[in-house]
Design a protein around this ligand. Structure first.
Ligand SMILES: Cc1ncc(COP(=O)(O)O)c(C=O)c1O
Length: 335
């Protein structure tokens, strides 16, 4: 199937801006660095999940869903944007969050409350795996909602890989056309990598719109590179199978770097905090401590190691996460 024929609902404002980071390029002595502002995509403080949700919510609407169930951590950007998307489409949102209920809602959780999420449930533990307490809680809630006459639609944390692939292929299409205006084309995309959907979409977009010549660097924010590579392989098979494209991953696959994770998910690294301050001071660009700060720290380090040639065009995808700056756990690192 042609990608343009896959059902999609409009949720955000696209294309998002593409800005050149001249002062950062100068600081690093080349390459040319651009930032794709998916943090400015228009709904509930923005972020990368919106492009994926345009496909997930189209499916939900087609199935006649009246309520959306999704999961994430307490400070989930995905949950915030799912709730906003559901509001736009007149559906209720039920969130199952991994972690303890905090005394005071800050950051994303505060926005979830402002958005009027129908119900928030909390589960212990840290696993998203099969037969985890989280999976059990999703099953229970789905059954409960069906009994009450709702039609629930479940969106896994971060959206299905296929929806990520479709959404972020679209981001490449936009970027290619914006760079074309400047007589340029992307050599690299650099992005934070969590559930891998965004990376997968950039790879698909590179295949569809760049002859596979744009390379994708994914900076892990939590998991080991082997795990992420395996997940990407599976996602690639699903997405190319769905679109009936017989092709291997461009450039032999992504370059996943897991050396910028630090102590773990959501724990800022000194290099990430330094990158946040540097970009704010050089460019007035605000990054977040969980995803984009670590991804930018990776870009800066890889540039210093000489990964990019001086004339290369590097596109850093700003995936959002800004409410995370105002989460109680992050504030002490950033003052
Ligand atoms: C702000 C932000 N950036 C990046 C990511 C990572 O994207 P993905 O899950 O598609 O790898 C996420 C979600 O996990 C996110 O919320």
């Amino acid at each position: 199937m042609q990608i343009g024929k896959v059902k999609r609902v409009r949720l955000g404002i696209f294309p998002t801006p593409l800005q050149e980071l001249r002062a950062l390029s100068e600081e690093l002595g080349g390459p040319r660095i651009f930032v794709k502002r998916d943090d400015l995509n228009g709904l509930a403080l923005g972020g990368n999940k919106l492009r994926k949700l345009e496909y997930a919510m189209a499916e939900a609407r087609d199935l006649g869903a009246t309520a959306v169930i999704t999961t994430g951590r307490v400070q989930s950007n995905h949950c915030r944007l799912t709730a906003a998307a559901a509001n736009l489409l007149g559906m209720k949102t039920y969130l199952i969050l991994v972690g303890e209920e905090p005394e005071m809602a800050t950051g994303n959780l505060l926005v979830d409350k402002i958005l009027g999420v129908e119900e928030l449930r909390y589960v212990e533990g840290d696993s998203y795996g099969k037969d985890s307490p989280l999976e059990e809680a999703v099953r229970e809630l789905s059954e409960e909602l069906s009994r009450r006459g709702e039609v629930p639609y479940y969106i896994p944390n971060g959206c299905r890989p296929l929806h990520g692939a479709l959404g972020y292929a679209g981001c490449v299409r936009e970027t290619v056309s914006q760079l074309h205006e400047l007589n340029l084309a992307p050599d690299w995309f650099v992005v934070a990598c969590g559930t891998t959907g965004t990376c997968l979409g950039l790879l698909l977009g590179s295949h569809l719109y760049c002859h596979g010549e744009a390379k994708v660097v994914g900076i892990s924010i939590s998991r080991p590179a082997d795990f992420l590579n395996e997940k990407l392989e599976k996602g690639w098979e699903e997405a190319t199978g769905f679109l009936e494209i017989g092709a291997g991953m461009p450039g032999g696959g992504p370059r996943i770097h897991d050396e910028y994770v630090g102590k773990g998910y959501g724990i800022p690294t000194p290099e990430g905090v330094k990158a946040i301050r540097l970009l704010a001071r050089l460019e007035g660009l605000i990054l977040d401590p969980v995803y984009t700060g670590k991804a930018m720290a990776g870009l800066i380090d890889l540039a210093k190691q000489g990964l990019f040639a001086p004339g290369d065009v590097v596109v850093f995808v700003h995936t959002g996460g800004i409410p995370g700056l105002f989460a109680d756990r992050q504030i002490p690192y950033l003052q």
